[in-house]
Design a protein around this ligand. Structure first.
Ligand SMILES: [Zn+2]
Length: 146
C-alpha cells in the first residue's frame, strides 16, 4: 500500500522496528530514517548534510529535499516528501540512475574533498547491486546498549 501522507517523530535514536508511514528524525545524529513509502517496509536512510538531504520542519509538517530515489530497492520507488505529503514521482530509467549517481558523487567530492565520510553522500547510502552491502541495519544513530 502506497502512503500518501506521513507523520514524523523526533527521536534521539531510531527504533529497531520502523512504523510504516512514520518519518523518524534524529536531529542529534543528523539522520532521517523511514520505512519505504511504497509499503515494502525497506528501511530508507537519508542523512542530513549540505551534500545529501535537507529537512524542513515548519512546526506542523516536514519536507525532505531532494527527492528520495530508492533505486537500490526492488521496488525502485521514487518520491518527494513535501509538507508531510508523499508526492510520487516517475520511476527512473537506468540511464537516469547512473547520471544521478555520478552527480551525487561529484557533489559530495566538491563538498567534502577527498575525505568523504561514508554516510554523507547520497550515493554512499545506496547498495551498488553487488559488492558491498550498506551497513545500515544497526548504525551509529542507534542505541547500542539494548
Ligand atoms: Zn519500497
Amino acid at each position: 500500500m502506497k502512503f500518501k501522507t506521513v507523520t514524523h517523530e523526533f527521536v534521539e535514536y531510531v527504533p529497531d522496528s520502523l512504523q510504516p508511514g512514520v518519518v523518524y528524525v534524529s536531529v542529534k545524529h543528523a539522520t532521517v530514517v523511514h520505512s519505504c513509502c511504497c509499503g515494502c517496509r525497506a528501511e530508507v536512510v537519508t542523512p542530513l548534510s549540505p551534500a545529501s538531504w535537507t529537512l524542513v520542519f515548519d512546526g506542523a509538517t516536514i519536507s525532505l529535499y531532494p527527492s528520495i530515489g530508492n533505486w537500490h530497492l526492488p521496488c525502485r520507488s521514487h518520491y518527494v516528501i513535501r509538507k508531510s505529503q508523499v508526492i510520487w514521482a516517475a520511476k527512473w530509467s537506468e540511464k537516469r540512475i547512473e547520471a544521478a549517481r555520478a552527480r551525487d558523487k561529484a557533489l559530495a567530492r566538491e563538498y567534502f574533498g577527498d575525505h568523504q565520510p561514508t554516510v554523507a553522500s547520497r550515493s554512499a547510502v545506496e547498495a551498488d547491486g553487488g559488492g558491498e552491502k550498506p551497513k545500515m541495519k544497526r548504525g551509529w544513530w542507534r542505541r547500542r546498549d539494548r
